[in-house]
Design a protein around this ligand. Structure first.
Ligand SMILES: Nc1ncnc2c1ncn2[C@@H]1O[C@H](COP(=O)(O)OP(=O)(O)OP(=O)(O)O)[C@@H](O)[C@H]1O
Ligand SMILES: N[C@@H](CCO)C(=O)O
Length: 304
């Protein structure tokens, strides 16, 4: 049996659409064992109502993808999912399922796939690398697809940085949140994001929290997604007023994150209250970045 711990992730960080993401100290656990026959999937915690328990399950599909690549045919599989990461809220739940399934399957089939290949596989399954890279490797990851492979650099966020995460009480699938995006953007908007994404990476590397307010601005996806997240603009503004260093939509939304080094409880309360004023109940978590990505623990025993 193998047990894999995978962190939640927040992608984009504002301007880094599909290429920036950060791992958070907030985890899902995926347990997988080879059994004599059949497939059984147990789901606990988040997603009990939503996550399928048959061959369409994302963890199972990722595992079978890897098994096929390495020519391993499991007799049967037992999968147990202990979920903390809320589903379809912009905190990388699908990335955690894909990375967890791949890492668990790799251990069960003799660790034939390198971390680099795992990253490329995960990115292909997810469609973009920004969540799966920090889910697998931890830290803040800057990634790009180059000739089908993921090239990346990992940086550690500044010490003491906290991530206030406010999670509205409704789901928004990544697919729906991508459908509202334009296929073409203006050169002006592209340049706006390029400058900010570059500033953001430098700011995180050099601990320049004073730059985050500007460096986390975006014109490529957030303006289009505002209509899908009632209160989004007001929550972003309220968090800034309450002392957040930088604010943005988390991944495809609907969660919103604020990066801060103080006043985190106040920022969380103000963001939640502002969502509530727009008719959206929300909960808040104050998290830290995780410098560690997916971790596997193999437990050698026979399961009947
Ligand atoms: N723990 C899990 N186990 C299996 N499948 C999961 C799990 N969590 C999420 N999924 C799958 O991922 C889907 C949600 O993925 P989606 O990309 O829409 O949201 P997200 O990954 O939470 O958000 P984002 O990509 O913006 O961070 C679910 O509908 C389900 O199919
Ligand atoms: N970069 C992705 C993250 C969500 O998977 C998006 O914003 O659609």
């Amino acid at each position: 049996m193998v047990r894999v711990q995978v962190p939640a992730t927040t992608a984009n960080l504002g301007p880094g659409f599909d290429c920036l993401g950060m791992a958070l100290k907030f985890y899902n656990i995926i347990e997988m064992a080879q059994v004599s026959s059949g497939l059984s999937i147990e789901v606990h915690g988040e997603g009990v109502q939503d996550i399928t328990r048959d061959e369409s399950n994302t963890v199972y599909r990722a595992a079978m993808h890897l098994f096929k690549q390495v020519g391993f045919v499991p007799a049967g599989l037992r999968i147990r999912l202990l979920n903390n990461i809320p589903v379809a809220r912009g905190l990388g739940s699908s990335a955690s399922a894909i990375v967890g399934g791949l890492v668990a399957a790799n251990v069960l089939s003799g660790n034939k796939v390198s971390p680099r290949e795992l990253l490329t596989m995960a990115s292909q399954l997810e469609g973009h690398p920004d969540n799966v890279a920090p889910a697998l490797l931890g830290g803040v990851i800057i990634s790009a697809i180059v000739e089908g492979e993921v090239r990346y650099v990992k940086i550690d966020p500044p010490p003491g940085l906290k991530v206030v995460v406010v999670i509205p009480d409704f789901q928004l699938s990544t697919r729906a949140a991508r459908e509202v995006l334009p296929q073409h953007v203006s050169l002006g908007d592209a340049v706006f994001n390029l400058g900010r994404a570059a500033l953001l990476v430098a700011a995180l590397q050099q601990g320049r929290l004073d730059l985050l307010a500007t460096a986390m601005e975006d014109r490529l996806h957030q303006p289009y997604r505002a209509s899908l997240v009632p209160g989004m603009k007001k929550v972003l503004a309220a968090a800034r007023l309450a002392g957040a260093r930088g604010v943005c939509l988390s991944g495809a939304g609907p969660s919103i994150i604020a990066l801060a080094d103080s006043n985190t409880e106040l920022i969380a309360r103000v963001m939640k209250d502002t969502f509530r004023e727009s008719g959206i109940p929300a909960r808040a978590l104050v998290l830290e970045p995780s410098s560690i990505g997916a971790r596997a623990l193999e437990i050698k025993s026979r399961i009947s």
